[in-house]
Design a protein around this ligand. Structure first.
Ligand SMILES: Cc1cc2nc3c(=O)[nH]c(=O)nc-3n(C[C@H](O)[C@H](O)[C@H](O)COP(=O)(O)OP(=O)(O)OC[C@H]3O[C@@H](n4cnc5c(N)ncnc54)[C@H](O)[C@@H]3O)c2cc1C
Length: 279
């Protein structure tokens, strides 16, 4: 059973911000695929503010190499949108693998970010695109990097009066980009391990490498040590083996040894060898 709450359907961003600033125990809802589960498990709010009717929170636009994504854009939309597929194909793929068709039609990118699950599929691809978030509250607005906003599993530093606005990602056109996830099943299953990458190469030399790993550490992370090691290096088995070793060591350093690592780390090794080796 859901606890009692008042439901408000905001038609404008100003209305939503005004509700968030004036009402106590108020919570934004987008697709509800995370929030409803939590409320059924006992989380309580007095006011639920539905933001899915707010048109300005729903667009996808590209300007000067930056893709601006409205927070209520659904995974289904991101998976099929031409601009996302062209400028961030790994993100499009990740969104098309979320949950099931029903979940993809309801669940939004904003909800995926704010829920901050270690297994969130959209987060590793957005990390490699250096995602920048706009957070708005009544009378003020701030910009913050996605990687700075998630402070613990399922916890962000977004405050209760703030609304997540546009998500900006840089286009990586010209990069070899992808996303791979391991889950118990193809649908209705969360990622046990995920990797997002974007690599640019010239004549067998890594010009730039961007790599993010999810579901192995409390928060998905950018493997910046690996990226730094590979930049400017020839693509050769020796340096790739060293890069993979560093990635696995970093995971163990962040998370300690976990029982699941007995299968996750060998699988991750294989994925990284393929990705970095150009397969
Ligand atoms: C059966 C099932 C399968 C799933 N499978 C996957 C999967 O494979 N991969 C995956 O990544 N996730 C999965 N999920 C989780 C979920 O669907 C996603 O995290 C989804 O993106 C959440 O979006 P939403 O719009 O439903 O968020 P909601 O439930 O509406 O909100 C989630 C949180 O975000 C806050 N919020 C939402 N929008 C804003 C905003 N603009 N500003 C401020 N706060 C906001 C809400 O207040 C709430 O705290 C699954 C969930 C279910 C139930």
């Amino acid at each position: 059973m859901l606890p009692d709450f008042a439901s408000i359907i905001a038609e404008t961003k100003e209305e939503a911000l005004s509700c968030l600033s004036s009402l106590e125990r108020a919570k934004v809802i987008a697709g509800g695929t995370d929030l409803m589960v939590k409320m059924r498990s006992g989380e309580r709010y007095d006011h639920i503010i539905d933001i899915t009717n707010i048109r300005e929170l729903d667009g996808i636009a590209v300007k000067d190499g930056v893709v601006v994504i409205g927070p209520v854009a659904t995974h289904a939309r991101l998976g099929s949108d031409a601009a996302i597929r062209e400028n961030a194909p790994g993100l499009a793929l990740a969104c098309s693998l979320v949950g099931s068709p029903q979940i993809r039609n309801m669940g939004t990118i904003g909800g995926n970010i704010v829920n901050a699950s270690p297994a969130a599929d959209s987060i590793p691809p957005m990390l490699i695109h250096d995602a920048m978030l706009t957070l708005e509250s009544k009378g003020s607005s701030r910009k913050v990097r996605l990687e700075d906003i998630i402070v613990a599993p399922y916890k962000t530093s977004i405050n209760t009066r703030e609304l997540l606005g546009p998500v900006e990602i840089t286009s990586l056109k010209g990069y070899r980009e992808g996303y791979f996830r391991v889950a118990k099943r193809a649908t209705w299953a969360i990622s046990r391990l995920s990797v997002a990458w974007a690599i640019s190469e010239e004549e067998g030399t890594f010009k730039d490498v961007k790599l993010a790993i999810g579901s192995c550490t409390p928060m998905p992370f950018r493997a910046v040590k690996v990226e730094g090691l590979l930049r400017g290096e020839k693509r050769q088995p020796g340096i790739i083996a060293e890069a993979v070793r560093i990635a696995l060591e970093e995971i163990k350093l962040i998370s300690g040894i976990r029982p699941s690592f007995a299968y996750k780390l060998p699988v991750l090794r294989g994925i990284l060898e393929n990705v970095l080796g150009g397969e």
